[in-house]
Write a new protein. Structure first.
Length: 460
């Protein structure tokens, strides 16, 4: 299996090189040359597999340059840190199925991929004798999951940028209370998009990227998306009893990475009726799907901060397929966006989008009302991101078999839950006492040069 760039200007590379490259050297995103197609017989054989074994079966279809035994060991090791034996259990509540993705060490769905990515990095660096300086941006959950994935590992330093004061307090503390010598937290006076743009600029500076061996943990890294494909299969098996059972997946998303993993699963042959893209007030993706309007706006701060994003970095991967795998069309589209702040699409392209996707934007009032009503009816506590997905499902997928992705534990957003229900959610053991722990973090302006100099100073 080889990997190519959405922008078409690199020679195909293997999986190991794709993991280490992160962002393609031509500025594009890496994708497999083809999607392995899973037939009905294989789906039937996979139905009863436990999560770790299913993960190996899915991921190994995309990896042919790591020995199978090594890959299986990496996967098994990655999920040893999860608190639930099923890794990503599904619970039925009030007519929807909740796919709980928050049983990892930082209580967010990012753990599913970043525990594996951290182990992959360690394995590949040991094999090659190289060192790596990871640079990433986070709107809340990626940062802590990435830090927990590589903290204390040899030959790796990690630099995480987050928007100062714009994550939840728990999210910030999960990052800044990690005091391992290889962890560097940077709080940026700006938005998540500022953080993401700085990271992309650093990766696009090829001499700097090569000199300091930059590695990517954001969902621009293909391994992140690949690991997330697994739980679409796992959830589908838990809520169906035959191959003729299409399912709607409701996915709260801002960066398009999590829902793109669902698109990959659909392309592989998983019977997904529709991917329901749920956004908060930062609704550029909803406007694209419903109105053909992909135009940059201002970031609105909400109670679901991990979705407070305007420019969705993984959207480029989907556009590659929407444009019939034409790198030239992708390059043209992003040149237009850089110049005008918007992209334009044909009527035929938008018709194709709506065959795979539906979308609903859920505002803050609706989010809090959904948390309150769902708790009243079921005693189940939704975090605000999951509530966005549940509300979208209630409005857009009534009568269908629906799986809503629960992307974070409600205790990470205690203030929003308390505002909605009148009570703070109970703290899981991993968060007890976190507010009293010492922290380490550098506050910096949203300035590429300042941050680039800091990375250069602290890099391995």
């Amino acid at each position: 299996m080889k990997y190519i760039s959405t922008r078409g200007n690199i020679a195909p590379v293997g999986f190991k090189d794709a993991v280490m490259m992160g962002l393609a050297t031509d500025g594009g995103l890496l994708l497999p040359e083809r999607f392995p197609v899973i037939d009905d017989g294989t789906l039937s054989a996979w139905r009863s597999l436990p999560y770790r074994e299913l993960a190996f079966q899915v991921i190994s279809r995309f990896v042919d340059d790591i020995p199978a035994a090594d890959l299986k060991n990496l996967i098994d090791k990655s999920y040893d840190s999860f608190a639930h034996e099923e890794i990503t259990p599904v619970v039925a509540k009030n007519g929807v199925h909740i796919l709980e993705l928050f049983h990892g060490p930082t209580l967010a769905f990012k753990d599913v991929a970043l525990q594996l990515l951290g182990n992959l990095f360690e394995y590949l660096l040991k094999e090659s004798g190289r060192k790596m300086n990871i640079v990433g941006a986070t709107s809340g959950d990626t940062g802590s999951a990435a830090i927990y994935g590589v903290r204390g590992k040899e030959n790796i330093n990690i630099f995480i940028l987050h928007p100062y004061g714009k994550t939840s307090p728990i999210q910030a503390r999960q990052m800044t209370t990690v005091l391992d010598a290889n962890v560097f937290n940077i709080a940026v006076n700006g938005t998540f998009d500022d953080c993401q743009n700085i990271v992309k600029d650093l990766f696009n500076d090829l001499p700097f990227k090569e000199q300091y061996a930059l590695g990517a943990v954001n969902s621009i890294n293909w391994a992140r998306v690949l690991a997330q494909v697994v739980y679409y299969f796992y959830a589908w098996f838990r809520v169906t009893d035959s191959q003729e059972s299409p399912v709607v997946f409701s996915v709260p998303t801002g960066n398009f990475g999590d829902i793109f993993a669902g698109y990959v699963a659909k392309r592989m042959g998983l019977p997904i009726a529709k991917l329901l893209l749920a956004t908060n007030e930062n609704n550029i993706l909803t406007r694209f799907i419903n109105d053909g309007d992909y135009s940059k706006g201002s970031v609105v701060q909400t109670v679901s901060p991990s979705m407070d994003i305007q420019v969705a970095s993984n959207f480029e991967r989907y556009l590659y397929y929407l444009f019939d795998e034409s790198p030239a069309r992708v390059r043209e589209c992003f040149s237009q966006f850089a110049a005008t702040g918007r992209m334009t699409f044909t009527a035929e392209e938008l018709e194709r989008v709506r065959k795979d996707f539906a979308s609903r934007s859920v505002n803050e009032e609706e989010t809090l009302e959904t948390i309150a009503a769902f708790h009243l009816e079921t005693s189940y506590i939704l975090d605000p991101h999951t509530a966005v997905g549940v509300k979208a499902a209630q409005d857009c997928a009534a009568g269908s078999t629906v799986v809503c992705l629960a992307t974070a534990h409600p205790a990470k957003f205690a203030e929003a839950v308390e505002k909605a229900t009148g009570n703070r959610p109970p703290l899981p053991g991993s968060l007890e006492g976190i507010e009293q722990l010492p922290t380490r973090c550098e506050v910096m302006p949203a300035d590429r040069a300042t941050i680039q100099n800091y990375v250069a100073e602290k890099a391995l």
